[in-house]
Ligand binder design. Sequence first.
Ligand code: CP
Length: 327
Amino acid sequence: MSLKINSAGIKNFISVQDVKDMNALVQTALDYKSNPLKDKIAGANKRLGMLFLNPSMRTRLSTQVAAQNLGMEPIVFNIDKEGWALEFEEEAIMSGNTVEHVKDAAPILGKYFDILCIRTFPSLKNREDDYSELYIKQFIKYSGIPVVSMESATLHPLQSLTDIITITEHLATAPAKPPKIVLTWAPHVKALPQCVANSFAQWINAWGKADFVITHPEDYELDEMFTKGATITHDQDRALEDADFVYVKNWSTYNDYGKIYCNDPEWMLTNEKLHLTNNAKVMHCLPVRRNVELSDEVLDSTNSIVTQQAGNRVWAAQAVLSEILKG
Ligand code: CP
């Protein structure tokens, strides 16, 4: 059941580099928001495989809704709980816990589905392994069908596209000057991946329409591959001055990989800090730890656009799937 891919569309959706025209993709998403069923037969008789190696609420449900809006049948497989343990290393001697090699499993999935979506998190133990994106690359190599990342070891492109859609909606009613967008680190009790922060930085830099500032404590530098072009500071108050959008997110350390060096509650975004901004809209990919990453007073205020942001996940996924279906 393999698709012919339109060279003008999207083939795989793993990072911003898979997108030829971001503005057009954002507009496609906003058109779907206005008219969700306008392409309700674009995916008729096509199946979307959705493989989860990790938990999800928003990505899973929004992508299912998006597929159904296009007439596709989404089938979810929680491979971590219900499938055989997969081996991803080439030439592995499979005498341990893994039962099936991805080079055997992925081509079969390519026969069952027209597009394959995958969620896989990093181990946060070995940076080189995580940043090689072996899991998603092996699915691309062996499935023979388009692959969409529902969050990988290093990036979360459906989330970042959503974030740009949400910012664009707010800019439609704002002055034309480039907005100041601040990505601020927040405390957390667990070591979390760098994916959302990496991806947000990659997409905002590629978008090129913002004064983009990243602020985090010392030792929380992200990979320059994603942040290059942003202003980076350890002074959160300074970063927040006159911000139009504040994106709050925790991540664990990149250099001394996967560690928590700081859990200073002073980094939590509060109303007091928000007063430094230009009445900024507050964003977070969710799920959020209330009163650890973000205070109740901010999350429950009219500055918070996290629900709108999560709602827009449907239109981002629908735009991406429709571009892939245009083959
Ligand atoms: N933001 C996000 O990806 O949410 P889920 O983990 O619930 O899918």
